[in-house]
Design a protein around this ligand. Structure first.
Ligand code: RIB
Ligand code: CA
Length: 309
C-alpha cells in the first residue's frame, strides 16, 4: 500500500493502522488539512512513532486551480491537534511525491494506492503518466459522498479542496473505490476506544489516544457528534477488510462550476441513466454501509499490535 495524505488527525490514525496491517511502501504528502510543511512534518513524525522505516515524499503545496484552503479549525494549527512530537529524527526522501507514486506503481506488484487527502498529487501523476491506473492493483480514496457533505451541504473536504483534481481522477481511473461520508460519518471513535489505546501504553497507541483527545472534543464542538469520524483509517480498512463494507458501482462526476454545489460528487443512481441512452459506465464503487464496530475494532487492534510487533 502507498498512502497519499494530508495529516491531519485521522490521516495519522490511518498511517498507524496501515503500518501494522499492510506493507506500507511509502507515504506521500499533499496540502490539505494544513499546509504542506505541516502535513509533511506530521507524516514524518507519525512514521517515526510507528517504528517502521517508511519513506516520506513531499507533494503538492497547493491545488491545481482552486485557492489554497485548510481545515485547521478541525485538526488544529499544526494538523495534529495539541500533540507535540519532539525530536524529529528523519527527513523526507524526496520532494517528488508524483515521481515516487509512479515509480512504486511500476515496481510494486498489485500496489494499492490509497488517497486520503485532496487529489492533487494523483491528478498530477495521471498527467505525467496516463498509464498509472493500469499499473495498480487498486485505487481507493477517502472522499466525496453520495448523499452528504461536510465542508458544504453537498461537498466533502478532500474533493472540495481540489475539485479539478478530483474531476480528473474520477474521469481517468476506470474504477475508484469511493469511501465517502456516507460511511465514514458512522465510523466514530470515542472515549472507550481512546482509553483502550491509552491503557495499552505503547508509543503508537499513546499517540493515537492523544490525537483522539483533541478530535473527540472538536467533533462535538463542530457537529455535536458523540465521537470523532475516523475517515481515513476507514479507507485503509476498506482495502484490508473489504468484507466489512458494501457499496454500489455507479457513474460519479465532480461538480466544478456550481455556485453552491462546487466539489459535489454527483452519483448517478438512475437505473437507466439518461432517458433512452442507458446508464453511463460506472467509474466508482461507492461504499454506503459498513460493520462500523468491526472497522473501529480493527483499527484499534492494529495500532495496539503495531507497538507489540
Ligand atoms: O472530509 C474528511 C477528509 O478531509 C479526511 O481525509 C480528513 O483528514 C480531511 O482531509
Ligand atoms: Ca485526510
Amino acid at each position: 500500500m502507498l498512502i497519499d495524505c494530508d495529516p491531519g488527525l485521522d490521516d495519522a490514525i490511518a498511517l498507524l493502522a496501515a503500518a501494522h496491517l499492510t506493507d506500507l511502501v511509502g507515504i506521500t504528502t499533499v496540502n490539505g488539512n494544513v499546509g504542506i510543511e505541516h502535513t509533511t512534518h506530521n507524516a514524518l513524525a507519525v512514521a517515526q512513532v510507528s517504528g517502521r522505516d517508511i519513506p516520506v515524499h513531499r507533494g503538492a503545496e497547493r491545488p491545481l486551480i482552486a485557492p489554497t484552503i485548510d481545515a485547521a479549525y478541525v485538526h488544529g494549527a499544526t494538523g495534529l491537534g495539541s500533540v507535540e512530537i519532539p525530536n524529529l529524527e528523519r527527513d523526507i526522501d524526496s520532494d517528488d511525491a508524483v515521481g515516487f507514486i509512479l515509480d512504486m506503481a511500476r515496481s510494486v506488484d498489485d500496489l494499492q494506492l490509497v488517497a486520503v487527502g485532496p487529489l492533487t498529487n494523483i491528478a498530477l501523476a495521471l498527467r505525467r503518466d496516463p498509464s498509472l491506473p493500469s499499473r495498480l492493483g487498486g485505487f481507493t480514496i477517502m472522499g466525496g459522498g453520495a448523499h452528504v457533505g461536510n465542508v458544504t451541504a453537498v461537498a466533502e473536504f478532500n474533493v472540495w479542496a481540489d475539485p479539478e483534481a478530483a474531476a480528473i481522477v474520477f474521469r481517468e481511473f476506470p474504477m475508484t473505490t469511493m469511501v465517502g461520508l456516507d460511511v465514514t460519518h458512522r465510523v466514530l471513535m470515542g472515549a472507550t476506544d481512546r482509553d483502550r489505546m491509552r491503557a495499552a501504553g505503547g508509543p503508537a497507541a499513546t499517540l493515537a489516544a492523544d490525537l483522539l483527545d483533541f478530535a473527540v472534543v472538536r467533533a462535538d464542538e463542530i457537529a455535536g457528534r458523540d465521537g470523532a469520524p475516523i475517515h481515513d483509517a476507514t479507507a485503509v480498512m476498506s482495502v484490508v477488510a473489504p468484507e466489512l463494507f458494501t457499496g454500489i458501482e455507479r457513474p460519479v462526476e465532480v461538480e466544478l462550476s456550481g455556485t453552491i454545489t462546487r466539489g459535489m460528487t454527483v452519483v448517478d443512481d438512475r437505473p437507466g441513466g439518461r432517458a433512452g441512452e442507458g446508464p453511463a459506465p460506472a467509474n466508482a464503487c461507492v461504499l454506503l454501509d459498513a460493520d462500523e464496530q468491526a472497522v473501529i475494532d480493527g483499527i484499534v487492534d492494529a495500532i495496539i499490535a503495531l507497538d507489540a510487533s
